[in-house]
Ligand binder design. Structure first.
Ligand SMILES: [Zn+2]
Length: 388
């Protein structure tokens, strides 16, 4: 059911094809990664460091590490980038989804990067449509190589691995499947980063009324096909976490950024254990900041300070009708409200309310050095090669 003819796949290529001999040469020459060599986080919480005001944070150059451009119209570019410039917020555009790989998305990311330089860095992905076919691996490597040639600094894998993709015998293919090893070796040897959205929030395995935050409740109500509680055949939550951890074990030199707090959003202690064990592991905050807001405030604050080199600010915001399903005006409104709310949460200790969380909570008032790491410096460390 995933098979496409080779001809069809080749017809959908966006760049001029080059031989795999070229791929081998790039692999050998492009080894510049420092994955696995990150220092272990040892800094003690420094509660009294100076912080930043919302205005200062807004003015600082920042990078949103998790965004999606899809279906952006040429006339929407000017208002979008004017808004991003107002926030001094650059975007890391992540191409997602291999089972129905949309080459238009890859093409858009490459062209936005070419046109806007530091304002749009990007991650590519690869096809799973011909999973199981003899040429699958070489096709995937070719797509990644084409992306690297066009400036991509990372490769994304998505929850479809573990939750949708199956072998012909009906078993789900997990992320630690040995057939992915050459893909991860290729990413590592090119000095690129693996961006991994594997599994789902733990809420996904609970009934709607037991979920801890309102945005998970809404998402799984609207996407029952991904609500694992309704699909007991889907491997359980912990299976995805264990498979991802085995990838970190098997590939200690591969930088891996776990999307959405690495699907360990429900407890900072669980993340801390992995950070201590895997120096090659970091996470982004995309669409999961509310999970910090329902945990103990001081504990979350200490965690952010202690592991400030492992946490990348990100939102899952995007632009273009294919992703946002709305026009540019509503998109801009959403960008403004999301960023304003996040500046307040991370920079101030104000009492806040957001629709994702029932009740109120206090902002984290993080020190300036921590904010600088989370909103900017970590991108340079975890995605070397980005244009700044
Ligand atoms: Zn996303």
């Amino acid at each position: 059911m995933y098979k496409k003819s080779e001809k069809e796949l080749i017809n959908r290529r966006i760049f001029i094809g080059k031989s795999l001999l070229g791929v081998a040469a790039i692999t050998a020459a492009g080894c510049s990664g420092d994955g696995g060599k990150q220092e272990k986080s040892t800094a003690a919480p420094q509660a009294k460091q100076a912080g930043m005001t919302v205005e200062e944070l807004k003015k600082m150059v920042k990078i949103d590490s998790h965004t999606h451009l899809n279906g952006l119209k040429p006339e929407e570019e000017a208002p979008l980038f004017a808004t991003l410039k107002e926030h001094n917020m650059r975007w890391f555009d992540i191409c997602t989804g291999g089972m129905k790989l949309d080459y238009d998305k890859i093409k858009l990311a490459a062209s936005m990067h070419r046109k806007y330089g530091p304002w749009v860095n990007w991650a590519t992905c690869f096809s799973l449509e011909n999973w199981g076919a003899a040429e699958w691996r070489q096709d995937a490597i070719k797509t990644m190589w084409e992306g690297f040639e066009a400036g991509a600094v990372a490769v994304k894998v998505w929850k479809e691995i573990g939750m949708v993709l199956k072998d012909p015998d009906g078993t789900y293919v997990m992320i630690d499947d040995e057939r992915f090893d050459p893909i991860f070796d290729y990413i590592e040897s090119n000095g690129k980063t693996l961006v991994a959205h594997i599994g789902e929030p733990r809420n996904c395995w609970l009934p709607l009324e037991e979920m801890t935050v309102n945005n998970d409740r809404l998402y799984f109500k609207e996407h029952p096909q991904y609500h694992s509680y309704l699909h007991p055949e889907i491997p359980h939550y912990i299976k995805h976490i264990e498979a991802r951890d085995r990838v970190l074990d098997k590939h200690p030199g591969l930088r891996l950024v776990g999307c959405h707090l690495g699907s360990l959003e429900y407890d900072v202690d669980e993340l801390a254990k992995r950070f201590d064990k895997y120096p090659n592991f970091a996470v982004d905050l995309a669409a999961r900041i509310c999970h910090f807001q329902v945990q103990d405030r001081d504990k979350v604050r200490d965690f952010c300070i202690r592991y400030s080199d492992r946490i990348l600010y990100g939102t899952d915001l995007g632009a273009g009708y294919k992703y946002m399903k709305t026009g540019i005006d509503e998109t801009i409104e959403k960008i403004n409200t999301t960023y304003e709310k996040d500046y307040r949460y991370f920079a101030t200790d104000e009492e806040m309310e957001v629709w994702e969380v029932d009740g109120s909570f206090r902002g984290l008032a993080l020190p300036k050095s921590v904010l600088k790491n989370m909103f900017h410096d970590n991108m340079l460390k975890w995605y070397p090669g980005i244009t700044v």
